[in-house]
Design a protein around this ligand. Sequence first.
Ligand code: FEO
Length: 388
Amino acid sequence: MKDTVISEDIIYIGADDHDIGLFESQYDVPNGISYNSYLIKDEKNVVMDTIDSRKTDEWISNLEKALAGAKVDYLVVSHLEPDHAYNIKLLADKFPEMKLIGNAKTFNMLPQFFDIDLTDRKVVVSEGEEINIGKHTLQFFMAPMVHWPEVMVTYEKSEKILFPADGFGKFGTLDTEEDWTCEARRYYFNIVGKYGMQVQALLKKAATLDIKMICPLHGPILKDNLEYYINKYDVWSSYKPEDDGVFIACASIHGNTMNVAKKMEEILNEKGAKKVVVTDLARDDMAEAIEDAFRYDKVILAASSYNGEVFPPMQEFLNHLKGKNYQNRKVGIIENGSWAPSAAKCMKSTLEGMKNITISENVVTIKSTMKDEDISKLENLATDILSK
Ligand code: FEO
């Protein structure tokens, strides 16, 4: 059930987007996404971020209703990415007395997006600085590179609410009934994953605050059991595996390599693997494959050779992992090749550029189709991968 009630003075004014299809032009979002924005009503009225151009009308209507004739005194700009910042100029034009709150980096970058005369309109805040707006006090903490340089989070001291920008965000609209963890994890690793160190730094700051509620820029408002969400972020951002299991990522041209991957799944299950997941990199959601690679502690890559290299869906997958600082995992390799197998060499070469990746020495080479004599090689790889 959509729950956007925050408090008497803090009102949700964001919108659900069911029809975007591809968020950021690359992430499939079957259940859409929400662009969250909030109004804090007090002696000074504060808007916490604007929203995406796709929902401007709904947002303005929500804002006007919540204001009930009052005006906006401040706009807090947590993040300049257009899914939150698109309507900054519109709001600045609508309320000419309104001031914009951001940090030095915000105001360096803002003119790249908007032509707004900021003379006498910008309030530059730095780490830990506070602004009192009546009963409420906003305190600002910098979160550089989570996942843009200008990102900052806001802590409202009287109601103990954290506004963490994209942090704790999730794919899926607010009226979608679904598990938080799965789509929050897919969101985290694909959008923020590269910046684990910076997220860890932010979590250390958050640990000093008494937080009763988290109001992110995407996904549900988090009200209960906050420790659960914070622990997930701690595991994800420290690149520790979350679950004991084997993720088999397969890039197969005609299905022969997939047959091997399925056989490997069977062998791993027979040997007592706690969980085995197989993904078809050529057809399944790439963002989910990336999520699962981070989720499990062991990975097996199975790919056909192609053009003297590796079948491109596998290379694309590995490039994404490298870009997102993939590390601390044990990896097995299965290659297929009909005349000059090249996939293993190519996969190894990309893996060697990653931190703390252990590649099993039991590399399995299949020539075109799996034969009986290949089974023992697969069993050896399975044994090695499952060994501690
Ligand atoms: Fe939701 Fe980085 O924007």
